[in-house]
Design a protein around this ligand. Structure first.
Ligand code: ADP
Ligand code: MG
Length: 697
């Protein structure tokens, strides 16, 4: 019943059906039922026209339709109707559907009008209001809550406004009975949370008997949605745990021990130790590991990866470490070979620019097993690279790697290698639970000791000379500086022009030969980028002017100042990533956010947060609050994030509860064999079997 095509519903038909599909993605009865109201309107509450003010949001007024006017021509042509009650007059305006409106509304009649308040030439008006005949009975009738549904302008002019949607939904509920919406939660959960039944929830979410019932309905439906998302993710994870065999690393041997005891230049932080334990446990379990490792910039993820790769070597397995760019791969290689010192272990670098002769040598060593660790760009997963016994793969800065690329890794050995995905884009825990719930998850939530917090300051464009003076002082003390320009689109000409202009400007403040400047951007040939980058890394240049290509992973400890140009154009998380390039050495570090003099309230808020905290997770939480879950970097564009009623930011506490409840079931009864879990199983099957089919129109 619920999967019947929407056009079969009485009052819909093929034409409206098409509109509902196109405009609101409503294909079936079920989709309509899940098109939840925005709010409810107390029908007995009618505003007096005189008491409406310009700042009101939505109003409901009742009055007599006095007359119509057609105003303007062609594009600006509109219909204005004048509605009067005993206190005043208000204008109702239509830009579209004028013929339809003049046909259905009649002067002299009374109407109930609902809509968003706007103003035009100093007069209050409602554009495209929802309107229906007003009767005495309605005015004096008993209090009831009418649902208001989200609709679109196109639907409204076809008469499919929020009120019509209410009528359709009402008709639908009349046709349904409790057996169409059988219980889908286990009895114990319903008892524990005192939920109303699924049937009741679906009725009262649309047509609540009382506000209290509405709240109950919302609670239940939100929980349901979060719970089933977590069950699905949990099942993927548990299936992997139960069925995907992995290599067993059961010993810690000479490579690890020698390095740990003789070469490791610092004490691991507790967080690093904990994560290492988690990885060892996974890799020793006989199941394939798929672990996401999150840690703020500078939290020391690389050493954890290296120690894991040494354990792989101790168990006679080879490892790869993939980085998204050549510069990063090179840096990993340099860093890792430096820290490994004189240890007897074979580590090589393979990128697109590795020379043929060396490449051949590396490929041979991969194949004969004499190479332990291969570091590189995506070149390491090309088909030509064959391993004798690949057992461990580290992917750094994962969001730059596609799923298809990752899949290639799996085919490099008879069993897939253990996979450690590292990301420095802090993802709020709530988002990680939903976006990455199918992966195992580790966090390094502690920075190595002795780090100086980065001093972040916001300055307006008008203060540029002072900012440049400050830069000069720092450079004269021997430090280096970054000046970063926004690059919104790789191909945007304007952005590049700005970068070039910026470069010239910086040059005019810092003339050669007293100062030297490097410039790096995405359009340069790889070699040129490399050379410019190296000159900065080695300290030959004082300033690095760049686009966001330096965003990820670059490590120049002597660089202690960063100026971010047009900082208002960057997202919060991105700004945080960028500033992570400084504060890597012992010196006090600064990040100066330069912006235009005019800022939106949201931009101000973003800059304020950044100046107030250095904690990447706090920044990410705020970012999530401001932008909502859809836009956060480092998360998959996952359908799982598009909740219909739940909101992972506002409903975090419920998300945690839903996850816990889901985990208990998935861990104890993954096949849903217990009688009590049968409703869950049936609901999952019911959804799986039908939803996909229903979307094909
Ligand atoms: P990220 O997590 O951003 O990749 P890195 O792994 O590059 O961070 O580490 C940043 C710096 O911190 C490196 O220079 C590294 O040697 C250093 N580091 C890592 N762990 C520790 C530690 N426990 N104590 C001191 N320094 C550390
Ligand atoms: Mg890193």
């Amino acid at each position: 019943m619920l999967f019947s095509p929407i056009e079969y519903l009485k009052g819909v038909g093929p034409l409206r059906g098409d509109m509902l599909k196109k405009e609101l993605n409503i294909f079936t009865y079920k989709d309509l039922l899940e098109h939840y109201p925005l709010r409810h309107l107390d029908k007995t509450k009618v505003d007096k026209i005189r008491s409406i003010n310009f700042n009101a949001d939505y109003v409901q007024v009742a009055g007599k339709l006095m007359h119509f006017d057609i105003v303007g021509e062609k594009r600006s042509k509109r219909l204005v109707a004048y509605l009067q009650d005993d206190t005043g007059e208000i204008e109702l305006t239509w830009f579209q559907g004028i013929n339809w409106v003049t046909k259905t509304l009649h002067t002299g009649h009374h109407y109930l009008v609902f809509g968003k308040v706007g103003s035009f030439m100093g007069k209050i008006q409602i554009v495209h209001p929802e309107i229906e005949p007003y009767t005495e009975e309605k005015a004096g009738g008993k209090k009831f809550l009418e649902p208001i549904y989200p609709s679109t302008e196109k639907l409204k002019v076809r008469g499919l406004n929020g009120r019509m949607l209410a009528k359709l939904t009402y008709a639908l509920l009349q046709q349904l009975s409790p057996k169409d919406l059988p219980e889908n939660l286990p009895e114990s959960i319903i008892k524990q949370y005192r939920f109303i039944s699924r049937w009741e929830a679906n009725c009262h979410i649309h047509f609540p008997a009382t506000e209290e019932m509405y709240k109950h309905a919302v609670r239940r439906l939100k929980f349901e949605e979060l719970f089933f998302a977590q069950v699905r993710l949990g099942l993927i994870r548990s299936t992997r745990h139960r069925f995907s065999k992995g290599w067993i690393f059961d010993k810690v041997g000479d490579f690890f021990n020698t390095f740990y005891n003789e070469f490791l230049p610092f004490e691991l932080t507790n967080a690093q130790k904990r994560v290492l334990k988690e990885i060892r446990k996974d890799a020793g379990s006989g199941k394939q590991m798929n672990r996401l490792l999150q840690g703020d910039v500078g939290s020391g993820k690389t050493i954890v990866a290296l120690l894991s790769m040494l354990i792989a070597a101790d168990n006679n397995f080879q490892s790869v470490l993939m980085a998204p760019t050549e510069i990063l791969a090179q840096q990993h290689f340099n860093g890792i070979t430096a820290v490994l010192g004189t240890m007897n272990i074979e580590v090589r670098l393979l990128t697109g620019s590795t020379k043929t002769k060396e490449r051949k040598e590396i490929l041979t060593k991969c194949e004969d097993g004499s190479l332990h660790i291969l570091i590189g760009t995506h070149a390491v997963i090309e088909d030509k690279v064959q391993f004798k016994n690949l057992g461990f793969a580290v992917i750094d800065e994962q969001h730059k790697f596609g799923v298809a690329q990752r899949a290639k890794l799996w085919k490099k050995n008879s069993l897939p290698p253990h996979i450690l995905v590292m990301t420095a884009t802090p993802i709020p825990r709530t988002l990680a639970l939903t976006a990455y719930g199918d992966l195992d998850y580790s966090v390094i939530d502690e920075l190595p000791p002795g780090r100086q917090p980065i001093n972040t300051i916001h300055r307006f464009e008008s203060k540029r000379p002072q900012v440049m003076d400050f830069l000069r002082q720092e450079i004269e003390k021997g430090r280096q500086a970054y000046v970063v320009y926004p690059l919104i689109e790789e191909s945007s000409k304007v952005d590049y022009e700005n970068l070039m202009k910026g470069f010239e400007e910086v040059k005019s403040f810092f003339p050669e030969p007293k100062f030297w400047i490097s410039m790096v951007h995405g359009k340069q040939p790889a070699e040129q980028k490399e050379v410019n980058m190296k000159r900065f890394v080695t300290g030959d240049t004082n300033i690095m002017v760049s686009t966001t290509v330096i965003e990820v992973g670059v490590n120049v400890p002597n660089a202690s100042v960063m100026v971010i140009e047009s900082a208002e154009k960057f997202g919060l998380s991105q700004l945080h990533q960028l500033r992570g390039r400084v504060g890597r050495g012992a010196e006090k570090s600064f990040c100066i956010l330069l912006t235009g003099n005019k800022l939106s309230a949201e931009a101000k808020e973003r800059l304020k947060i950044l100046c107030a905290t250095n904690d990447g997770f706090a920044v990410a939480e705020k970012d999530l609050e401001i932008r909502g879950p859809g836009d956060i970097e480092g998360t998959r564009q996952s359908g799982d994030l598009n909740f219909k009623i739940a909101n992972i930011v506002q409903d975090r506490i419920m998300l945690e509860a839903a996850k816990e409840a889901a985990n208990v079931i998935v861990e104890n009864d993954p096949e849903f064999t217990m009688a009590e879990n049968l409703p869950v199983k049936e609901y999952l099957q019911w959804q799986k079997g039908k939803t996909i089919w229903s979307k094909i129109s």
